[in-house]
Write a new protein. Structure first.
Length: 196
């Protein structure tokens, strides 16, 4: 089974021309997408490659993953791709319903679920659970630092990255021995919360 890869022009970014390193990375993304589709008995997925939109390395919409060209060479590539594949595996194609507040909460739940599914996907692709969890944690932690530095904003439907990290780590109690002291870990986050 082969995933379908499209290197196309994005409206805001212009045409994409990939370097040899980016092409090799895209082949690895392709392989991860193929293994995931096969493992979860899903059809091949389209992957659209385009220039970066500031603060966005990738996304999942309507059966297609988009990934920015800079993300292809990022150390966070596999965590991001696994997260977007998580949306795909979990069937997050349909828009969320309800009031604006209900829709935002429903989308937040989807994002939290996709974070956890990313760990599972990376584990099924050959990493240990600890290594997969560390990879997703590091990606979310880098996003937390970017938000703190004012380099990006938290997109609609996401919680603050530190809150997403706390949720993620809480879902893997078998890893608590090494995750309990991490920045944004559930106990750490609770201890640092400002009194209301």
């Amino acid at each position: 089974m082969r995933s379908i890869i499209l290197a196309l022009c994005l409206a805001l970014g212009g045409c994409v021309s990939l370097t040899a390193s980016q092409q090799a990375s895209l082949a690895e993304v392709h392989a991860l997408a193929d293994r995931t589709a096969q493992a979860y008995h899903r059809r091949p997925i389209y992957i659209l490659v385009g220039r970066a939109v500031t603060g966005v390395g990738g996304s999942y919409r309507g059966g297609m993953i988009t990934v920015s060209t800079p993300m292809l060479l990022s150390r966070h590539r596999d965590a991001l791709i696994a997260h977007e594949l998580g949306h795909y595996v979990l069937g997050h194609e349909t828009p969320v319903d309800g009031s604006a507040l209900e829709a935002a909460h429903a989308q937040e739940r989807r994002e939290l679920d996709a974070n956890a599914k990313a760990v599972e996907i990376l584990t099924r692709a050959g990493r240990s659970e600890a290594a997969a969890l560390a990879l997703v944690y590091e990606h979310l932690q880098a996003f937390q630092r970017a938000v703190e530095a004012g380099g990006t904003v938290v997109p609609w439907g996401h919680r603050l990255p530190c809150e997403e990290i706390a949720d993620l780590l809480a879902r893997f109690p078998a890893q608590r021995r090494w995750t309990a002291g991490l920045e944004c870990a559930p106990g750490i986050l609770d201890a640092n919360a400002a009194p209301r």
